[in-house]
Design a protein around this ligand. Structure first.
Ligand SMILES: C[S@@+](CC[C@H](N)C(=O)[O-])C[C@H]1O[C@@H](n2cnc3c(N)ncnc32)[C@H](O)[C@@H]1O
Length: 282
């Protein structure tokens, strides 16, 4: 794991409170990478990432799901509308909670979607009450990652699954250049640390979850940053960021660092599915 000291939770919350509107305008209802197969639109690629994770995790119709770090509720709505899942979305940002709640009323009224503004590192759900813990690109922001996996595994029913997509530190995590490069990304993107693929596998195992999928999608997601860089350059968003504060400028400036980190493998993009022993539920 590569750590980036100095990141604060209140900064992560403030970032998402302020930037959610811009994510929506510049990227779409999902705040995560696209997964490309060919030349699909960025919108389509974002949905493909959700579809692919759901397929790998073999999520069953009607499953009870906790969507950890739910953003604007993009995944939660997809799971509710396509698979009739009952989803509780958790976000650190009060703005995102309200956004997700309102968007779900328009998109799938009466769907059983529910959103809460709480810290995933503090929230509790009853033990063995959940079929799936789902999280796309939130664990990067957590401070005690191993501890989160332990707690979240407790929410799962026997046979329940944890499905995670995450930005990763590359394999060469002890190399000084890798550490420096990953720290530049973490600083701009408000991540207190990035785990490696091996770290995630270990956190799953230590939490009593058998890793059934551990895949790297780096080549298929990195186009995200070419598109984002180009959209930032073509729009006036950098001028706006300057007015909002230096951390927002830094965030935009680090898009190039992420793209390069994927290209030289100082970072990877990972997808994991783990299963809790016993039972037979999705
Ligand atoms: C990159 S966004 C991903 C959003 C969503 N999963 C998606 O794919 O559209 C990261 C999300 O993690 C949430 N987050 C970060 N730290 C969190 C924490 N400690 N507890 C709950 N949510 C957190 C942010 O509020 C944001 O919604």
């Amino acid at each position: 794991m590569i750590e980036c000291p100095g990141i604060q939770k209140k900064t992560i919350r403030a970032h998402y409170d302020l930037s959610t509107l811009f994510y929506r305008l510049m990227w779409g209802p999902h705040i995560h990478h696209g997964l490309w197969q060919a030349n699909e639109s960025s919108r389509q690629a974002q949905v493909q990432l959700v579809e692919h994770l759901a397929k790998l995790a073999e999520i069953q119709k009607g499953a009870r799901i906790v969507d950890v770090g739910c953003g604007m509720g993009g995944s939660s709505r997809w799971l509710a509308s396509k698979l009739k899942c009952r989803v509780t979305g958790v976000t650190l940002s009060p703005v995102q909670r309200r956004w997700a709640q309102v968007a779900s009323l328009f998109a799938s009224p009466g769907s059983g979607l529910h959103f809460v503004c709480q810290d995933a590192e503090q929230i509790e759900f009853p033990q063995t009450s959940v079929d799936v813990v789902w999280s796309i690109e939130c664990t990067e922001h957590l401070f005690e990652k191993a501890n989160f996996f332990q707690r979240a595994a407790g929410w799962l029913k026997p046979g329940g699954k944890m499905a995670i997509c995450a930005w990763l530190a590359g394999q060469n995590e002890t190399c000084a250049d890798t550490v420096q490069h990953v720290q530049r990304v973490c600083e701009g993107m408000f991540c207190p640390s990035l785990g490696t693929q091996a770290d995630y596998e270990q956190w799953f195992s230590q939490a009593g979850l058998q890793v059934v999928e551990s895949q790297l999608w780096t080549d298929r997601v990195m186009k995200t940053w070419e598109i984002c860089k180009s959209r930032v350059e073509k729009s006036g968003v950098r001028a706006l960021a300057r007015m909002l504060g230096k951390e927002h400028v830094l965030f935009l400036d680090r898009f190039t660092a992420i793209l390069e980190a994927y290209q030289n493998r100082t970072m990877e993009y990972g997808c994991f599915v783990g299963v809790k022993a016993g039972g037979n539920c999705g």
